[in-house]
Ligand binder design. Sequence first.
Ligand code: SAM
Length: 287
Amino acid sequence: MTSSDEMPTQPEAARLRSRATWDAVATGWYTQRKEIWESSRPVSAWMIRRLDPQPGDTVLELAAGVGDTGLRAAHRVGRSGGVIITDSAPEMLAAARRRAKEMGVENAQFRTLDAERMDLETNSVDGVLCRWGYMLMIDPAAAFAETRRVLRLGGRLAFSVWAARERNPALSLAGTVLAELGHIPPPDPEAPGPFFMADTGRIRELVVGAGFAEPAIEEVSFHRQFINQDAYWRFLIETSATTSPVLRSLPPEAQNTVRERVHEAARPFHSGEGYDFPGVCLNAVTH
Ligand SMILES: C[S@@+](CC[C@H](N)C(=O)[O-])C[C@H]1O[C@@H](n2cnc3c(N)ncnc32)[C@H](O)[C@@H]1O
C-alpha cells in the first residue's frame, strides 16, 4: 500500500493535499461543532468508556479535529494528568484550542502532529484516542505502528472508523452522485478514504500487524438529523473533505444538478423539512 508503484499519487504530495483540504474545512467543523457532537456523542462515549482513563494519565488524541473526544477525556485524567490534542491540519488544531477554552479545559496541550510519523517519545502516553482518523491516512499501517511505539505497554488504544458506505448515507450519497455524474472517479475501496476500514478483517489486520492485541470491535449506531435541505448542503460543502473541494469547484448550474440528485437519492431519509439519516461506526479497543 505504501510503495510508490502502488500509490496513485506521490505520498508526500498526497499528505500536503490532505492537510490543505482539512485546513479548508476546519471553520465548517467548528461552526457545525454542536450538531456534529450531538449526533456522534454515542461514538465518543464508547471510546472514552473503553479507554477508561485514570487520574494522572496522559492521553493522546490523534487526528483530533476540533478535539471533541479528547477534550471530554480531559476531566477524567484530572490536574495530575493531561490530554495531548493533535492533528496534522493547523487550522483544525486552532479550532480545538478555541473549543478547549469554551469547555474550560485547562489540562490540554495542542500539537500539530502527523500520526504517521509522530514527534513523540517511545512509551510516553498511557492511552490513545482516534475518532474517524486512521482510515483517512495515506499510510494507516504506519500510523498504527507509530501509535504502538508511543503507547506504553499495557496502555489502551480506542478508535472509531466508519462502517460501510451504504450504512452511512449522510456521508456517502454526495460522493455516489458526483461519481455517477462523472465529476469524480468511482471510489477505490483499496485507497485510504472514509470507508477504507469498514471491514473488521482489515481493522484486525492493521491493528495486530502493528503489534497490538486482537481488538474488541463493536458497531455503534447513531442518527444524523438536518433541519432542512440547506443544513445538509452546508454540511456537505463546509465539512466533507472528500466532496467539498469538488462541490465548491463546480459552476452553479452543475452544483444545482448535484444538489437535486443528492436530495432525490436521500428520499428514503426525508423527515419533515429535512433529513434523518442513520449512521454506523465500527469502534475498536486494543492494548
Ligand atoms: C473526519 S475528521 C475527524 C476529526 C475528529 N477526530 C472528530 O472525530 O470529530 C479527520 C481528521 O483527521 C486529520 N488527519 C488526516 N490525516 C492525518 C494524519 N496523517 N495525521 C494526523 N491527522 C490527520 C484531519 O486533519 C481531520 O482533522
